[in-house]
Ligand binder design. Structure first.
Ligand SMILES: [Zn+2]
Length: 205
């Protein structure tokens, strides 16, 4: 009985805190939204600094920087900075750093994923983003590597434009031409932001 009363009290407290905050629901503009319907983004906390993990081939660096610059050009100034120094360390974790990893192993039940971006936020403010690239189930090409057309491979630049879109807070967009469309074909470049992408970016940033 004692435990039951304590459980009720806890729920009551949470509800009281939630009703004090009174956040306003917003138009989504293609962004992830929190439980209150607010857009989740980095707000004024830009540019976003990202680090390449030592698992990322150096031949990919140029393509990754080009992908970041594609968003920066649409923004009109630096939104995403790929830092020059590499980070090592263990598996991706919430560690206060935004890191891009190439993973040599991937969950078998999620083998169809080319990559995954994890966002950590508090309220409507993103605090960290990590990108994992699926190196177990996919091959990749960058502009620095000649493409063997007999091999199904994913464009590093196109993939990173999409994942960096998730980093800034965008979710999938299959309703209009967009770099945030869910599926990226192999041996296919999708390196140009579409009207929906730039208007969504400017809606929030
Ligand atoms: Zn995606």
């Amino acid at each position: 009985m004692n435990l039951f009363i304590r459980a009720l009290f806890f729920v009551y407290l949470v509800l009281t805190l939630a009703s004090c905050a009174k956040p306003k629901s917003q138009k989504d503009c293609g962004f992830v939204q929190n439980v209150y319907g607010e857009r989740v983004s980095w707000k004024q906390d830009v540019p976003i600094h990202l680090y390449l993990h030592t698992s990322i081939p150096s031949a990919w660096e140029k393509a990754i920087r080009t992908a970041a610059d594609t968003w920066n050009q649409a923004y009109g100034r630096e939104l995403l900075i790929i830092e020059p120094n590499r980070v090592g360390g263990e598996a991706p974790a919430r560690d206060g750093m935004n890191v891009i990893y190439l993973m040599s192993t991937w969950e078998a039940e999620r083998a169809s994923e080319q990559a995954r971006t994890s966002l950590y936020w508090v309220g409507d403010q993103i605090q960290e983003a990590d990108i994992r690239i699926n190196g177990q189930n996919y091959q990749f090409y960058s502009s620095d590597v000649s493409v063997n057309t007999n091999v199904q491979a994913v464009s590093v630049e196109s993939l990173l434009i999409h994942e960096l879109g998730h980093v800034i807070g965008l979710r999938h967009n299959d309703a209009a031409p967009s770099v945030m469309a869910t599926y990226l074909q192999s041996n296919h470049d999708r390196n140009v932001l579409q009207a929906a992408d730039t208007s969504n970016l400017k809606c929030e940033y």
